[in-house]
Design a protein around this ligand. Structure first.
Ligand code: SF4
Ligand code: SF4
Length: 415
């Protein structure tokens, strides 16, 4: 059981049906259907727990499948409903009864199984290097997936807007603080350049970043798919691998970080709670703000990942990171806090709803016309990058630490 005897359903008890959450829910905004809103889904989940609604009820499965799990409904809820825990419990029950869709199983197997995933990522990097995914990027299942792969390609160094200037170097601290880095699956397979940028920028800020052998996938994709036992097995392996030290565990993927901060809830033991307390998003480690870099004359739209903003409630540290880069201008985009429609495997399993949610965001980005859309999660980087390419919007999706890395390089902190 997760989170106590009722497995997480107790998180829904506080709902008083006020409806404040409706306008924060991207799927309700897309369809206007109460059953696609948090309040409507809570009623379905309560019915499931009571036994009034069968676990195989088509309406229940349909509307819960269409939930992004973005948790945008949580921070706006005055009653403190823990929607994410309830959803996890409901999905776990549904998965136990009806199984996992074959496409989700295939994706999990390909993206997270040691030995298999390294071959899949090797092949994907090879395809990416040909430049074909960029050429094929567009709408439709195949073309969108090509756009997603193209969005993982690192930009050439000193891409644009860089003004080289040697900023006087002050060591952030005399003795570097040790931190352990979590590498993950997709981040390691397709975004290793973001890991490299993370290590470099943290070292400028006085951290000694160490690798930890034996770490595995965080289990977030499994948990979102309702495979809680598999998520727990992965969580246990990570808790053991990272040991009982007190070094912070740095994560640069919001989805991974959100689940890892909840390992205590998932595993229900003290060791997992201690592990969870050590997990930090990379931007949190720069607190109160990173060492400044050289100017980047660039307009950036920050699109906070749901699992950073809503699940981890990390809002200010990424803004402090941007503020450490002179000339960088943050462009305000209405609705930036709403989900981009990526949501783990959602983009693959529910393409219609995923694209509907993305389309609203893309229109607002088109108007704001940034050069870069910054977001700290691999799924969001791929979804936004593919969407920008398909919509013909000339902006790059990049991780915030990549921008800091460019700024430090231009400041002469490293080559
Ligand atoms: S989840 Fe919260 S905001 Fe939404 S209807 Fe229930 S009490 Fe109101
Ligand atoms: S998790 Fe996101 S999509 Fe699901 S009900 Fe909450 S706000 Fe809506």
């Amino acid at each position: 059981m997760t989170g106590g005897e009722r497995g997480g359903f107790e998180g829904l008890d506080a709902c008083v049906h006020c409806g404040f959450c409706l306008q924060a829910c991207p799927t309700f905004l897309a369809t206007g259907d109460e059953s696609d809103s948090p309040r409507g889904r809570i009623e379905l989940m309560r019915g499931l727990e009571r036994g009034d609604i069968a676990v195989t009820d088509p309406a229940l499965v349909y509307h819960l499948d269409r939930c992004l799990g973005c948790r945008g409904c949580e921070p706006v809820c005055p009653s403190g409903v823990q929607y994410g825990h309830g959803l996890e419990a409901a999905r776990s029950r549904i998965t136990a009864a009806v199984g996992t869709p074959p496409l989700a199983r295939l994706a999990l197997w390909a993206l997270t199984t040691p030995g298999i995933s390294s071959v899949v990522y090797w092949f994907a990097r090879g395809l990416r290097a040909t430049g074909l995914p960029r050429l094929f990027a567009g709408w439709g299942r195949f073309r969108f997936s090509m756009g997603m792969l193209a969005a993982t390609k690192p930009l050439r160094r000193v891409a644009f807007g860089v003004r080289r200037s040697h900023v006087p170097f002050n060591a952030a601290r005399d003795t570097p603080h040790a931190v352990q880095i979590f590498r993950g699956c997709v981040m390691q397979g397709l975004f290793s350049h973001v890991h490299d940028a993370t290590v470099r920028t943290l070292s400028v800020n006085g951290y000694d970043v160490r690798d930890v052998p034996g770490q595995v996938c965080c289990g977030a994709l499994h948990a979102h798919a309702g495979l809680l036992d598999e998520a727990r097995a992965l969580a246990r392996a990570n808790v053991d691998a990272f040991g009982e030290g007190d070094e912070p565990i740095v994560v640069n993927s919001a989805g991974c970080g959100a689940l890892m901060k909840e390992y205590g809830h998932l595993l229900h033991d003290v060791k997992a709670e201690r592990f969870a307390a050590r997990v930090r998003d990379v931007t949190e480690l720069f607190a109160p703000s990173p060492v400044p870099g050289a100017p980047l004359d660039v307009h950036v739209a920050y699109d906070p990942p749901c699992h950073l903003l809503h699940a981890q409630r990390v809002a200010v540290p990424p803004l402090n990171l941007f503020a450490a880069i002179p000339l960088l201008e943050l462009v305000s985009v209405p609705g930036a806090a709403e989900c981009c429609g990526s949501a783990g495997l959602f983009t693959l399993l529910e393409p219609e709803m995923s694209r509907a949610v993305l389309a609203a965001k893309l229109e607002r980005l088109r108007e704001a016309a940034p050069q870069v859309v910054a977001t700290g999660n691999p799924g969001c980087l791929m979804q936004l990058g593919a969407g920008l390419a398909a919509a013909g919007i000339h902006a790059h999706a990049r991780h915030p630490v990549e921008l800091l890395d460019d700024s430090y390089r231009a400041a002469g902190r490293y080559e």
